[in-house]
Design a protein around this ligand. Structure first.
Ligand code: GUN
Length: 296
């Protein structure tokens, strides 16, 4: 068997087009333009690329983009004051503080200063608690993107065995909560899991989010399973720089029913879901119906 390739790039383009339609309608019918503020502290090269891409995508769907670039030595009080200002600004519906922050800044303190209703990353402790108790929240973008692709591929997820490999606050834990919310039987596996291969092999849905290049191999995949690869690892092979996932693609694709490639799988969905979350936050802030199919 060769797996169906889940085209995240095309899926993300479709999500962005849906967001753009909603944005146009919000403008025409209500005179409202959703706005996203992105805060970057310091000069981390990868973060600069992410922030630039977020800005371009935000403009492309017709939203307002507010970029705040602060020097690496910015103090905590100054950063918190900026967040307070963005919290109070009615033109800003979503706020994202790019991580990682420079070492002298306390990320938890900073993230928890964001108004939870504007926390489009879904990292605020209130949103984590709301998601964990099945209440309406802002959901982290990467797991939301994975959920959208899984729902699209499977229709209903109820009763399926889902194994999430990785227990990060950004992907693994919220992914598990979302799958539980859709009535999967969920296992969270990680680096200390005993007999990981056997655990993975039970999965109808296998989500790899461990950050270890090609760690999940075909012999760990149940025939016909859906494999979602969240990993983005830069490695060198045969003297060339290469981007690989947490899944060994060739061996897994030979066994799986469906699989996301790297690149072009989960990656493009993250920014698309950030835009979807900003739209959702804007609708909620204005007492309007939430966009269908773009939320958890
Ligand atoms: N840095 C890497 N990924 C992310 C993300 O999803 N959100 C934020 N705020 N920073 C990141």
């Amino acid at each position: 068997m060769t797996a169906k390739v889940i085209d995240g790039k095309a899926f993300a383009a479709n999500v962005r087009a849906q967001v753009a339609d909603h944005v146009a309608r919000l403008k025409a019918d209500h005179g409202i333009t959703p706005g996203l503020a992105v805060v970057l502290v310091g000069e981390d090269p990868a973060s600069k690329v992410y922030v630039k891409n977020k800005h371009a995508s935000t403009i492309e769907v017709g939203m307002s983009s507010f970029e705040h670039r602060l020097p690496a030595e910015t103090g905590e009080a100054e950063l918190l004051a900026l967040i307070d200002k963005l919290n109070a600004d009615p033109a800003v519906h979503g706020i994202l503080v790019q991580l990682p922050l420079p070492g002298h800044l306390n990320s938890e303190l900073v993230i928890n200063r964001i108004d939870p209703a504007k926390d489009v990353d879904g990292f605020h402790i209130s949103n984590v608690g709301l998601l964990g108790t099945g209440q309406k929240s802002m959901v982290p973008c990467t797991p939301l993107g994975c959920l959208m692709m899984l729902r699209d591929h499977h229709g209903k997820l109820a009763g399926l065995n889902a194994v999430v490999v990785g227990r990060s606050n950004i992907v693994g834990k919220p992914m598990a909560q979302l799958l539980l919310g859709d009535s999967c039987t969920v296992t969270i596996a990680h680096s200390r899991t005993k007999d990981l291969a056997e655990v993975c092999k039970r999965a109808d849905i296998l989500v790899a989010a461990v950050g270890r290049p090609e760690m999940i191999t075909g012999d760990m995949v149940r025939p016909g399973a859906t494999v979602i690869d969240v990993g983005i690892n830069r490695i060198e092979r045969d003297g060339k720089a290469k981007l690989v996932g947490d899944v060994h693609y060739e061996s897994a694709a030979a066994v799986a029913g469906a699989i996301t490639p790297v690149p072009g799988g989960v990656g493009p969905m993250t920014i698309a879901c950030l835009l979807a979350n900003t739209l959702t936050a804007c609708c909620r802030a204005n007492g309007l119906a939430e966009p269908k199919g773009l939320t958890a």
